[in-house]
Design a protein around this ligand. Sequence first.
Ligand SMILES: Cc1ncc(COP(=O)(O)O)c(C=O)c1O
Length: 385
Amino acid sequence: MTRDNDIEKAGFNTKLVHGDDSSARVPDVVQPINVSTTFRYNDDPASLVAALDLEPGSGILDNLIYSRLSHPNSEKLEQVFEGILDGHVVMYSSGLAAFMAMLTHYNPKVIAIGQGYHGCHGIADIFTRLNGLKQIGLDDDYSQLGPGDIVHLETPVNPEGVSFDIKHYAEKAHARGAYLVVDSTLAPPPLQEPFKFGADMIMHSATKFFGGHSDLLAGCLVTKDLDIKHKLIEDRVYLGTNVANLESFLLLRSLRTFKIRLLTQSQSAQQLVQYLQNHIKEFSALSAVHHSSLQKDAYIKEQLPIGHSPVFSIDVDSPETARQLPYRLKYFHHATSLGGVESLVEWRSMTDKSVSQTLVRVSVGIEDVEDLIQDFHQALSGLSK
Ligand SMILES: Cc1ncc(COP(=O)(O)O)c(C=O)c1O
């Protein structure tokens, strides 16, 4: 059933569609949903190898054992992701499971961590409670970091959608023998490629743009080192955090259209941001627009050479306006999360109490951008005195 298609030389979209052709187990163009948790051992008694003696993650065709270790569609996901993420990939049941796996692997004594997704701070707090992990701010004094410690950089950052200089933090981390981990969830490739700027490990919540349809949870870690991939898989077996069977099928389905969706969302977000910024004086309800497309720093163009995150945020004139705005919009669901084909808006202090009560986060979907601009126009006009 397998096809050799010289995929390494192919382009990004081709890799998304054909990156796992070589591991097809049946002739179906869409490979089946595998719900089995367990797989019959090899028919030949002479060739049985103890499960623990197998190379982690080796061979989807021969070595399937139990779906907590791996299963056909989790293996196919890793295969497709390895084509586009420029490294060795380990899949997880969510973005936070990937972050937890990263901390478990490095087991740092100190982590420098900035603003960003509140859930990552929640996990860092668990490590602090369990084994005394010391947390310092992203821009604190790095003499507190030692070899093997971690700098965790989320860029572009949730919820604002503004960017930080990866190279700067990579140099600061490496000067202390620490590792730089970049959460690139808000700008996955081809928008941003953190390895080019010195990241040691990359994480993504695949729930967001890779999934793209607000119907699955998944995450991944990307490493340049095959040995680290194997260690992460060994940990994953016991943490029980492999991506689930149905989710894997859905995510594979989603990956086929990932780049087309992402680039449309990115362009529309930039147009909507530009519209808001250009008309800010017309709306007394609108105080500020935050997005990397409005940043002037030189590293922005290098780090985000073809476009910006489809996520941005605005500040409005009062918490009451922030509460009302989502209900004035017709084409944005008032809901948390981001990255789906449907535009979302969130009064962010609903889920993250650390952000200002006047901040509203926007995740732009694939609707016609003229409709989205018109929608913001009517909503902000209604709220401005
Ligand atoms: C930047 C970022 N990292 C990690 C996560 C966690 O991902 P998941 O919800 O898949 O666990 C999120 C979720 O919103 C996020 O925005």
